[in-house]
Design a protein around this ligand. Structure first.
Ligand code: HEC
Length: 82
């Protein structure tokens, strides 16, 4: 189990909601809460976040996330922030 600062753990083989929680809390929580995404699946969040990072979807601030962070945050939010 990875807890705490896992932002440098490299490419994750599977989405890790605990790592996603850490990443979301450091980069997204000032504007978003996990509750904001109620009813969204991890898969749809993942493609949405990926499009934001790629610049295809407009976002308030430019997001810089690794592939692993995108999947991890989507997993965390997709579970309703648990
Ligand atoms: C400076 C404030 C701010 C930060 C930080 C921020 N966001 Fe956002 N984000 C917004 C606003 C404002 C919107 C548009 C209104 C809304 O949907 O809440 C938005 C919308 C989104 C959307 C929905 C886009 C759509 O078209 O439906 C996603 C997904 C998202 N943000 C992901 C993230 C992620 C992931 C992070 C952290 C890595 C993050 N945001 C950090 C302000 C922010």
């Amino acid at each position: 189990m990875t807890a705490g600062l896992t932002l440098c753990s490299g490419i994750a083989t599977a989405a890790d909601a605990a790592a996603g929680k850490a990443a979301a809390q450091s980069k997204c929580v000032q504007c978003h809460e996990a509750d904001d995404w109620e009813g969204e699946s991890a898969a749809s969040l993942e493609s949405l976040i990926r499009d934001i990072v790629a610049g295809k979807v407009k976002h308030k601030s430019k997001l810089q996330l690794s592939e692993a962070e995108i999947a991890d945050i989507a997993a965390y939010w997709g579970k309703g922030g648990k």
